[in-house]
Design a protein around this ligand. Structure first.
Ligand code: ATP
Ligand code: MG
Length: 367
């Protein structure tokens, strides 16, 4: 997959800017706060209309503007395509692909990209939500129906949480509690199967990348962890559903007492270990970065397998904290597919591909 051109209008700090990209490596240079990450964010938007930095579309609109537009020519699934995304204050975003209106989920199946940015180090450092989010963002690109399942789960979770919070004041709310619990078990069973299958494939794909990356020193392993009654998260949807119902029944009283949903896919985690020890507890800064980049490169390999095309790789400030050997490993990964890599200093990376220099929301050096 290739982004050939992009035009940005009222996007973040870009008043108006347009650029053509190389189908190989694009080196995005510039001083701090000039718009490098904002440009990567615009490219990432093409994967499904979502930012990797914020849930709030209004933050993407330039200060003082009422709307933002991202227009791109991409090559994906064997053909040239256009994607246009318009964000307006207080309105739902609008997406067109080849001039035809699309939903965000439909766009997710059309163009794929893998991103590494410094915030991704939270995948190791933060709580389970960061790891679920990593899996959810990757699976959404692989399985277009997954995004709709996630949205349904989040709606059920909110409704059940409201019942558990308010039933003391309004006992009639309890009439629908069991129905919501059952629906959450059904949707959870689907989500858990998708995630467990993805985690298992990610584990297989990431281990050799990580071994190579760390010069054979570190062994990375991933294990999906879900609700305790689910013995086999790769089992059938029915088996998982029944196991979830058991857990739900055991925790019904505790849910009423605590006012919280205690069962379901919203509590799952991906346990990441390096040499058998918890990466969250023990990994050094360089080891953390190495592990996260390995996960992202593995994600790229799985997307390539799943879609038949190499996804675009977006690398934001990827080299810091890595020793020379590990930096070389990353730079060797740039040979395949289209890559966007940001850096502040120009010396080391400029020979790697087309250079785009960003200054105050303008893109220079693009041909
Ligand atoms: P660094 O090297 O520090 O990572 P960068 O070039 O990646 O810098 P960006 O994160 O792209 O910088 O941000 C560039 C500028 O855009 C920042 O000064 C930021 O405050 C500004 N900015 C962010 N959102 C908006 C917005 N909605 N409207 C206008 N400017 C914005
Ligand atoms: Mg940045």
């Amino acid at each position: 997959m290739i982004v050939r051109k992009i035009a940005l209008n009222g996007w973040r700090n870009y008043e108006f800017a347009a650029a053509e990209f190389s189908p190989g490596t694009n080196v995005i240079t510039g001083e701090n706060a000039q718009g490098k990450t904002n440009l990567l964010e615009a490219v990432y938007l093409l994967t499904g209309g979502k930012s990797f930095r914020t849930r709030f579309d209004k933050e993407l609109i330039g200060f003082g503007y009422t709307s933002a537009e991202v227009l791109a020519d991409v090559f994906a699934f064997g053909r040239e395509q256009t994607v246009r995304i318009v964000l307006r204050q207080g309105q739902r975003k609008q997406i067109w692909q080849n001039g035809v209106k699309k939903t965000a989920a439909e766009l997710a199946g059309t163009f794929a990209a893998v991103l590494f940015c410094p915030d991704d180090l939270n995948i190791i450092r933060d709580g389970p939500a960061a790891r679920r989010r990593m899996m959810d963002m990757a699976i959404s690109q692989l399985r277009p129906k997954y995004g709709a399942l996630l949205a349904e789960y989040s709606r059920l979770y909110d409704q059940k949480s409201a019942i558990l919070r308010d039933w003391h004041e309004k006992p009639s709310l309890l009439d629908t509690l069991d129905d919501f619990s059952d629906q959450m078990c059904r949707v959870s069973a689907k989500l858990i199967r998708y995630r467990a299958a993805y985690a298992s494939r990610l584990n297989i794909a990431a281990a050799p990348i990580h071994a190579d990356f760390s010069g054979g020193r570190d062994k990375l392993t991933l294990a999906y962890r879900t609700v305790s009654t689910v013995v086999d998260a790769l089992g059938t949807e029915k088996e998982i559903y029944y196991a979830l119902c058991d857990h739900q029944e055991q925790h019904r009283r505790a849910e009423l007492d605590s006012g919280q949903c205690l069962t379901g896919a919203h509590k799952d985690d991906l346990i990441i270990s390096i040499n058998g020890q918890s990466a969250r507890a023990f990994a050094s800064q360089g080891q953390t970065r190495t592990a996260v980049i390995s996960l992202k490169l593995a994600e790229r390999a799985l997307l390539r397998q799943g879609t038949g095309e190499t996804p675009v790789l977006l690398l934001d400030d990827v080299l810091s904290e890595l020793d020379a050997g590990r930096q070389d490993f990353v730079l060797n990964q740039l040979r395949e597919g289209q890559v966007f890599i940001t850096c502040c200093e120009t010396d080391r990376l400029t020979s790697l591909g087309q250079v785009l220099s960003i200054r105050s929301g303008t893109i220079g050096g693009a041909q």
